[in-house]
Design a protein around this ligand. Structure first.
Ligand code: HEM
Ligand code: HEM
Length: 233
């Protein structure tokens, strides 16, 4: 049975590659966070390489993916972002509903992508010789000054990730509980239920081929694997 009311319509919002990317990223970050310790550092590194491949994929998909996954469609200027943020508390559905990331959420996406990329890249240069006895694959190729700066970044940037992921999850829960908008369900199933009069906005999304998305992701994984293998020598 459908839970759609007569004045509501179920619309497609997120393509499969975006959803695969999101939940794989969450799994990889949680795995990396959990395994930064003795005996598990090899898993930590693999989780980190996975993050790298996922971010690389998302950057490419941000140019060639479905219309609402493209950076150009959701990166907005300060006027729009502030205007939107001010409307959140009392905004109507028509006002707050975008067929993709809203102007405030769009910047959150960029911030999260940059932070997780910085974490994964700095990890390639990180090392620990007391308990873990592990060198990132690029440590041997750079000066010890650069390696120790990268180590510092790796330790410091994780705190920014905690803060921004916290804010990100809080925002998703705020929409769910206060605005009664299930954005989380949409990131899982790809579909969202909206008032029928807003459905036309979603009909305009041009979806890219999911097969192309998976192929690009596979190529990104091979690139990261090759880079790590060559760097390790
Ligand atoms: C390590 C933790 C997480 C990271 C790094 C992260 C990162 C991201 C990124 C990069 C996007 C943009 C997706 C895209 O366009 O490709 C996104 C969207 C989204 N995430 Fe997360 N996420 C995390 C955890 C979560 C969790 C736990 C939830 C659910 C409670 C969640 C809910 C969402 C939702 C609902 C969207 C879509 C927002 C919208 O409709 O504009 N995320 N996330
Ligand atoms: C986005 C992916 C990653 C996340 C979320 C992450 C997270 C972390 C965290 C939370 C720590 C502990 C920091 C602390 O104790 O202050 C850590 C340490 C470490 N990470 Fe990562 N990491 C990632 C990727 C990588 C990669 C790709 C490598 C190398 C291949 C790596 C190598 C290391 C090493 C060697 C340490 C130990 C450094 C030390 O204790 O001095 N990490 N990582």
């Amino acid at each position: 049975m459908s839970d759609e009311k007569p004045d509501e319509k179920k619309v497609k919002l997120w393509d499969f590659p975006v959803r695969l990317f999101h939940w794989s990223l969450v799994a990889a970050i949680v795995t990396a966070w959990w395994t930064n310790r003795e005996l598990m550092i090899d898993i930590h590194a693999i989780a980190g390489y996975t993050v790298l491949a996922l971010v690389l994929f998302r950057i490419i998909w941000g140019f060639v993916g479905s219309s609402n996954a493209r950076f150009a469609s959701f990166i907005k200027g300060p006027k729009k972002v502030i205007g939107y943020a001010l409307r959140i508390p009392r905004g109507s559905m028509a006002d707050l509903t975008y067929a993709g990331h809203n102007p405030a959420g769009g910047w959150m996406v960029i911030v999260l992508l940059v932070l997780v990329a910085v974490q994964a890249v700095s990890g390639l240069f990180a090392s620990e010789d007391t308990f873990l006895f592990f060198d990132g694959p690029l440590v041997a190729h750079v000066s010890s000054d650069l390696a120790s700066t990268m180590n510092w970044i790796h330790h410091t940037n994780i705190n920014l990730i905690y803060a921004m992921v916290g804010l990100h999850v809080f925002a998703a829960l705020f929409y769910l509980v206060v605005k009664r908008e299930n954005l989380i369900g949409a990131m899982i199933t790809g579909a969202r239920t909206v008032p029928a009069e807003l459905a036309a906005r979603f009909a305009q999304i041009r979806f890219a081929s999911p097969i192309a998305g998976i192929a690009i992701l596979a190529v990104c994984a091979v690139i990261v694997w090759a880079m790590v293998t060559v760097a390790r020598g």
